[in-house]
Design a protein around this ligand. Structure first.
Ligand code: PEP
Ligand code: MN
Length: 362
């Protein structure tokens, strides 16, 4: 892939350039008091960059969709009274126009916007001639090229202070995470554009407070550049994403607890090699799942056949033969005998369950 971006360093006056760069603030600006209270507390813990969503892309209607323009003067107060940099999400040209007019310092494109090249292009065109840091969240789908496309569109419109936000990827099946981190995607982005800073958004990856530390630490261990973490003065009462928001005090504890390891080259290579290997393991595990699925389908077919012909499910001789055979194969493949016996007992048991169900069907 041929990528050519012209990037400038992403720095803020008075903010340490040492990693990690921390951005914090509520999912949504809700009231002037909530915005100011949260910001004051964050400032007291040494946080300089304040995030707050004004226009909220919500999955379902009839949920809180943000206060919109009304919140812009509140963010201006945060900037003027507390000397913090302010950041908000923009999803269309109107948002860009209003945010710039109100003196917002940093804007970001949300995951749903990055997935839409028309929207990205319109926003990029509206930013021509403006010198403003723009952060781009990964698209909702795990497509590194689509993510890179957004950087290219913005860069061609003259935006050179760019950074990525890794916020995980939508998946249909339920997992531990709200948005699957799929670390291999931001790792690939880093490999392709090493000079592009990457912040991780543990809040939207995790969807719940309990996992925030682990994901934040992992981002640091992968030598990412910073974190954007949703923080609210009263998280349980938040109008959006309540379960994943934390108090400024707990954010401070989380930051203090993180271990920052040295990012020597060897270390990086080691981590991404480990990541590649784990990815390989995941692929084999997925294959195993497919094999189980197909094996059980065959077991059910055998069940049908036995039922039609009035044969019992369990035929001990057949089972003995399978087991003996597998133990012999295991020795040749360097697999433990005990392990193989356990695995095949479990598979056999599951086959019997499937066949019993078939036998019992009307
Ligand atoms: C957000 O940061 O509040 C947000 C809406 O995030 P995302 O675009 O990652 O869903
Ligand atoms: Mn949110």
């Amino acid at each position: 892939m041929n990528i050519s971006l012209k990037l400038d360093r992403f720095e803020f006056k008075g903010v340490s350039t040492e990693k990690p760069l921390i951005m914090a603030g509520p999912c949504s600006a809700e009231t002037e008091d909530q915005v100011m209270d949260t910001a004051r507390q964050l400032r007291s813990y040494g946080i300089h960059i304040y995030r707050a969503g004004l226009w909220k892309p919500r999955t379902r209607p009839d949920t809180f969709e943000g206060v919109g323009k009304e919140g812009l003067p509140w963010l201006r107060r945060v900037k003027e009274e507390l000397g913090m940099y302010t950041a908000t999400e923009v999803a269309n040209v109107k948002h860009v126009y209003d945010a710039l007019k109100a003196g917002i310092d940093i804007i970001w494109l949300g995951a749903r916007t990055t997935a839409n090249p028309f929207a990205v292009q319109e926003i990029a065109d509206s930013l021509r001639g403006v010198d403003l840091p723009v952060l781009v969240k990964n698209p909702v789908n795990p497509d590194v090229e689509l993510w890179i496309g957004a950087f290219e569109r913005l860069n061609r419109a003259g935006i050179t202070k760019l950074a990525a936000i890794h916020r995980g990827f939508s998946i249909y099946s339920k997992t531990l995470y709200r948005n699957n981190p799929q670390w291999e995607i931001p790792i690939e982005l880093k490999r392709l554009i090493p000079e592009l800073p990457i912040l991780t958004d543990p809040s939207h990856i995790c969807g719940s407070r309990e996992l925030l530390f682990e994901v934040s630490q992992k981002a640091m261990d992968l030598d990412f550049d910073g974190l954007i973490i949703e923080t609210h003065c009263n998280p349980d009462q938040a109008l959006s994403d309540a379960q994943q928001q934390i108090t400024p005090e707990n954010l401070n504890k989380l930051i203090k607890r993180m271990v920052l390891r040295s990012a020597s080259i060897q270390n990086n290579v080691l981590l991404s090699t480990l990541e590649d290997l784990r990815h390989e393991i995941d692929k084999y595990d997925d294959k195993l799942m497919d094999i189980f699925e197909h094996r059980m389908a065959v077991a059910r077919k055998i069940g049908e056949y036995k039922k039609q012909n009035n044969i019992t499910i369990l035929q001990t001789s057949r089972w003995d033969e399978i087991l003996r055979n597998k133990i012999e194969q295991a020795a040749k493949k360097g697999l433990g005998e005990e392990f193989i016996i356990k695995v095949f007992r479990a598979i056999h048991e599951e086959s019997i369950n499937h066949q019993t169900r078939v036998m019992n069907e009307e």
